[in-house]
Design a binder for this molecule. Structure first.
Ligand code: NAD
Length: 424
């Protein structure tokens, strides 16, 4: 059954009803998503196998973003985030892109790089060439270590060698390029790097020190593009203003940091919901944002020939579906099942698209009405809860503090006291 991500009025339902509706939209049985419920999610025994000294687990809400069409496929996207308005904003932006076919993506491939650091080479330039001459031998040695990866069509692909002047002398840095297919790849490439390092030391006639992947995953780039309808955005002026906001972020690192934070609101939420390594992806994205030597925006917005807004994003995304917590965490598994992605590349396509959607929503809110109106209305529920409102009281307290435009905990407490006094 084809998936349908266009679920209108999802927010008007209870969490239980929503779970049924998204399962139906994803064309799967609701039971496949059971682990999204806190009582059926990660058990303490399972957590104990994931990290050390386990004493508990922390719950983060998982919302589902609607309206996404990515490379012609509808996707309902699980997003793990504690920040209000992120899921609603992504869904809204995806709706504005949907009328023009949604998001289109491409990938540079699934190649991760491990670095092997050579110290004290007496003849660094000659050592570099000796290592390059041994390319085939080194690749074969690396591939012997991971027959499973090779059987899935992956494996070590290439070697390059850089000469790096440092403040403690010249170092020679070997890069091992590995196609990691559907793995995030850190363990896979680290194992290979450690295994080939002794032979590299022999060839270089010196010693090796660090042997680990780089999170600057610039051979694992995902690009996404979407056309956002000018009328649905609010007209030509809004389009022009978003273009101006984008140009600001491209030119100014102070603005770029916040522009990219908006992108990461979407990216990190999907990375977390699928059990992937949020820090690895964040390190990759920010290093990519600084690739020109000056920190800049990860996305751009332009006006297209029809007067619509076209958004583009390019990000390194080291995410996987095998290994890591993705396989071991039941809630992450439910997130992957909901998405219906079958390869790491499809997952990365979703993540880049959500990043672009999130970014569009933030730029539009900032350029059109200022961020606070929409954000604070949703944030009011968190404020009401912080003031001590129970689940039954949150709605009334939030509505009142929004209406009075005083979205602060002290005022929420006053409103709550009043509410309790009148209903007592
Ligand atoms: P992994 O070693 O658990 O899984 C990868 C292995 O799965 C491959 O080596 C291969 O043998 C096998 N495999 C089976 N089917 C495959 C397929 N279809 N495609 C590819 N491989 C397949 O995990 P990993 O992805 O190598 O490492 C991810 C973990 O490493 C994450 O938990 C991450 O947090 C952690 N880590 C990260 C860093 C860092 O980012 N700097 C450093 C160290 C560890």
């Amino acid at each position: 059954m084809p998936r349908n991500s266009r679920i209108q009025g999802l927010r008007d339902h209870t969490p239980d009803e929503r779970l049924d509706l998204v399962a139906e939209g994803a064309g799967i049985a609701a039971e496949a998503l059971a682990a999204l419920r806190p009582d059926a999610g990660l058990s303490i025994a399972q957590a104990d196998h994931l990290v050390e000294n386990v004493v508990g687990v922390i719950a983060v809400p998982v919302g589902v973003a609607t309206n996404f069409t990515i490379d012609g496929e509808d996707r309902l996207v699980p997003m793990a985030t504690e920040e209000p308005s992120v899921v609603a904003a992504a869904s809204n932006a995806a709706r504005i892109a949907r009328v023009h076919g949604g998001f289109r993506t491409s990938s540079s491939g699934d190649v991760m790089i491990a670095q092997i650091q050579i110290l004290d080479a007496v003849d660094p330039h000659a050592a570099r060439l000796r290592v390059l001459e041994a390319r085939d031998e080194l690749l074969a040695l690396a591939n012997e270590l991971d027959p499973i990866l090779v059987s899935f069509g992956g494996g070590a692909r290439d070697i390059d060698v850089r000469i790096l002047p440092t403040r403690v002398g010249t170092q020679v840095i070997v890069h091992l390029h590995v196609d990691v297919r559907d793995a995030m790849g850190a363990n896979a490439v680290n194992t290979m790097a450690e295994a080939i390092a002794p032979r590299i030391a022999e060839i270089a006639g010196s010693r090796t020190l660090l042997r680990i992947l780089t999170n600057k995953a610039d051979q694992r780039i995902t690009r996404a593009r979407a056309v956002f309808d000018a009328d649905l955005l609010g007209g030509a002026q809004v389009v022009a203003d978003i273009v101006a906001a984008s140009a600001f972020a491209e030119a100014d690192p102070y603005r770029a940091a916040t522009h990219n934070k908006g992108i990461m609101n979407g990216i990190t939420a999907v990375v977390l919901a699928t059990g992937n390594d949020t820090r690895a992806v964040e390190a990759g994205c920010h290093s990519h944002a600084a690739r020109s030597g000056r920190y800049s925006a990860l996305s751009q917005f332009e006006q297209d020939a029809d007067g619509n807004l076209v958004g583009t994003i390019e990000v390194p995304l080291a995410v996987g579906l095998v290994g890591g917590a993705t396989k071991a965490h039941p809630t992450a598994q439910a997130g992957v099942t909901l998405l219906g992605v079958e390869t790491a590349r499809e997952l990365a396509a979703v993540i880049a698209s959500v990043g672009l959607a999130q970014n569009l929503a933030a730029c539009r809110a900032l350029a059109a009405e200022g961020i606070q109106r929409g954000h604070m209305t949703l944030h009011a529920r968190t404020i009401a809860a912080s003031a001590g409102a129970t689940v039954d009281e949150i709605g009334a307290v939030a509505a009142r503090i929004v209406a009075d435009r005083r979205i602060r905990v002290e005022y929420a407490r006053e409103v709550l006291d009043e509410l309790r006094a009148t209903s007592a």
